[in-house]
Ligand binder design. Sequence first.
Ligand SMILES: C[S@@+](CC[C@H](N)C(=O)[O-])C[C@H]1O[C@@H](n2cnc3c(N)ncnc32)[C@H](O)[C@@H]1O
Length: 287
Amino acid sequence: MHPGPIDGARLLPTPEFAHPEAAVADPGFRRLQRALELTTGLDLGAYKERQMMRRITGFMSREGLRDLEQLADAVSRDAAVRQRLLDFLAINVTEFFRNPERYEELARIVLPELLQRFGRLRIWSAGCSNGAEPYSLAILVDELDPGSADRHQILGTDIDREALAEARKAVYTEDRLKEVSPVRRQRYFRPLPDGWWELVPEVRRYVRFTVHNLLRDPYPPGQHLILCRNVIIYFTETAKQEIFAKLAASLVPGGYLLVGSTETIFQPARYGLRAAAPFLYVRMEAG
Ligand SMILES: C[S@@+](CC[C@H](N)C(=O)[O-])C[C@H]1O[C@@H](n2cnc3c(N)ncnc32)[C@H](O)[C@@H]1O
């Protein structure tokens, strides 16, 4: 990941467009939007204007770019700038067992039920950042069905290639592990010098990573469990609805979708989903 602020809160001191609605009508913004869409597939139009413009202004001041025209030029010309902007917009913050109560529910109720019903599981962590989420799932699956990496598939996807490169390395700093119990740490992680921790190969084997843009790419079908958490908060209402519909269609009947703690799905029935617990939905059986 690019060294520098990726935490939204730290971007606040940078100048802001007083009226993001006006900024997005700026011809420079249109050029930037086209350049990004062509080169990365990212559609800025699907992101909430105010948050996105705040991040873009933060990025411009960090890179010493004067206006949106300059940024559009830099993005068209320079792959490194493009990647840095993507990192900056994406906000990759994550950790193992983020919101532990949700993982307890998965371990106690959802995964045992799915294992019993389907035997072999396909699990998808959509917007997985540096891999902490799919690896947390791999730990749960391994605890319930030890040494079963050949039986179950866990897919981690993200739009951000750098985050996925980190995920494949599977080496983490202490702060990503604060929700990992001592027993799990002992069993699934090896200490490295300078406070880093490496995930053991037995857990890494469960997870495969690939680049995927939730706004553009086809969704993998036949999933038994999908986690899509803290990703769609950045999207417009229209984009969110499209994503929920496609995520629901990717589930097998009886499969579960877990979303983030600010991402409640209103009227889940219109996507063929039923609320099973807070932020957890189950795909209804056909008919
Ligand atoms: C805050 S992280 C969430 C990580 C993890 N799901 C969690 O809750 O801890 C958001 C991730 O969404 C990814 N993302 C943003 N837009 C995306 C898109 N259009 N398609 C796929 N991933 C996207 C970002 O790259 C980032 O890694």
